[in-house]
Design a protein around this ligand. Structure first.
Ligand SMILES: Cc1cc2nc3c(=O)[nH]c(=O)nc-3n(C[C@H](O)[C@H](O)[C@H](O)COP(=O)(O)OP(=O)(O)OC[C@H]3O[C@@H](n4cnc5c(N)ncnc54)[C@H](O)[C@@H]3O)c2cc1C
Length: 415
């Protein structure tokens, strides 16, 4: 049965959801307060990441976080705040950071990533689009033996999970990337991963949805949600009001501000990350993570992107030049002679990752509202998980059997 669905938020999660909803015959409206050109879904590193099966809430991150808190150029930073939601999130993060919980999440994260990667490939093969997508894998590049050993341990865990992973020597890395001039001891190579250019895919998806009669509403902010008998009746924006049979909340880092109005608490904190684009030939052809610096490098369509930092410091888009510099310095240290110019650094942009405490997204309905489906909290994997999330949300709304077990993603889960 066709339903009238309002999707709040037009980032990768909202647009992917609209894509599968319209395919299933639903009437869809996507509302976004931005103009569909900025934010996390545009500045990200574009990795499709079956390799990222270890969540951010891993043992050791709390200690690292505390240590890094005093270093302005560190890749992970948590700004202490006397804010109840933040304190609850921190506690939930701490509770999630156990070996047993991380182990349990590994197959869940891997499976949803592979499912999503396959869906991207299906979208690409549909011939409705012409976007940049390459499956060249991901090099986890390291400069110290210790980090190399740690990465290879993760690589071996990946092999146990059925992923193709190789441990490459310095010479083998140089043979793979002959023009990149890498300054590393070696790399762990995950063959499972792919990469894309977000600023290429997003406008194509908006245009496609418009052509399929999806209403795309830009520059309009959802301010309130009308509820009667545990059901949403209206979505109120700064301009007008929309009726809906079903509402999907895909508002990224802003999502908890809206669920609060419904008495639903979904712990999400914004994790700010930065990107620098380099519009000249860098010789880099395979995506890499510069492990010690935690910087992501992606050869995109016509430029190379350097992205990094995870700054949990509330909702704002302030650019901290110290962190931008740290990304540029990492690039110089891992790629001989790669100097990122002041102009390139000045053009840096940031985006907010919607981080759940356990690193798993929220995909599903809360017991507190019958016609609200939540799709957020994807943290570092939102780009990868767009299609999988969109497909799963559509299956929920269409009362179909979900392609994956949804229990690990339940919005009412306890930490
Ligand atoms: C530097 C960086 C690198 C990254 N690299 C990768 C990567 O390589 N691979 C990967 O998988 N992920 C990566 N990520 C994470 C990924 O980008 C995010 O998880 C993903 O973009 C989140 O998508 P979203 O649609 O949930 O949120 P957003 O993209 O934030 O979209 C939410 C939208 O909701 C809108 N909105 C909010 N409130 C309202 C309201 N009240 N009314 C109307 N509209 C509203 C906002 O304007 C926004 O457009 C990276 C992120 C960053 C910052």
């Amino acid at each position: 049965m066709s339903k009238n669905v309002v999707v709040i938020g037009g980032g990768i999660i909202g647009l992917s959801t609209a894509y599968y909803l319209q395919k299933e015959g639903h009437q869809v409206t996507v509302i976004d307060k931005s103009n569909f050109s900025t934010g996390a879904s545009y500045v990200n590193a574009g990795y499709i990441t079956p390799s990222h099966f270890i969540s951010l809430a891993a043992p050791g991150m709390i200690t690292k976080g505390i240590k890094w808190m005093f270093n302005a150029s560190s890749p992970f930073y948590v700004k202490p705040r006397l804010d109840l939601d933040f304190l609850k999130w921190t506690l939930a993060f701490k509770k999630s950071a156990t070996k047993a919980k991380v182990e349990k999440a590994i197959p869940v994260i891997k499976d949803i990533n592979i499912f999503s990667r396959d869906l991207y490939e299906e979208i690409k093969a549909s011939n409705d689009f012409n976007f940049h997508y390459e499956r060249k894998g991901l090099l986890m590049c390291y400069q110290s033996e210790k980090v190399g050993e740690e990465e290879w341990e993760i690589g071996q865990r990946g092999i146990e999970e059925g992923l193709g992973v190789k441990n490459l020597s310095k010479k083998e890395v140089a043979e793979l990337e002959p023009d990149a001039n890498l300054n590393v001891k070696g790399a762990v190579y995950f063959h499972s991963d792919a990469h894309m250019t977000p600023s290429d895919f997003m406008p194509q998806m908006v245009a496609y949805l418009k052509s399929k009669n999806v209403q795309i509403i830009a520059n309009e902010e959802v301010k309130d949600i009308g509820v009667s008998n545990k059901k949403i009746t209206n979505v109120h924006t700064n301009r007008t009001s929309y009726e809906a049979d079903e509402v999907v909340l895909a508002a990224g880092s802003w999502s908890p501000l809206l669920t609060k109005k419904l008495g639903i608490a979904i712990p999400v904190q914004a994790g700010k990350g930065y990107r620098i684009n380099v519009n000249r030939n860098t010789g880099i052809t395979i995506p890499a993570i510069l492990c010690e610096a935690k910087v992501a490098v992606t050869p995109m369509d016509g430029f190379t992107r350097f992205a990094g930092t995870m700054e949990v410091g509330g909702i704002n888009h302030d650019i901290n030049p110290v962190r931008v510099n740290a990304i540029a310095n990492a690039a110089k240290s891992y790629y001989h002679e790669l100097e990122i110019s002041s102009k390139e650094k000045t053009a840096a942009q940031c985006g907010l990752r919607p981080c759940s405490p356990d690193g798993l997204p929220y995909i599903g309905k809360s017991s507190k509202c019958a016609n609200l489906t939540i799709a957020t909290g994807h943290a570092m994997m939102g780009w990868s998980l767009g299609p999988a999330t969109g497909k799963l949300i559509t299956e929920i709304i269409s009362n179909k059997k979900p392609s994956l077990d949804l229990n690990p993603f339940h919005p009412d889960r306890k930490f």
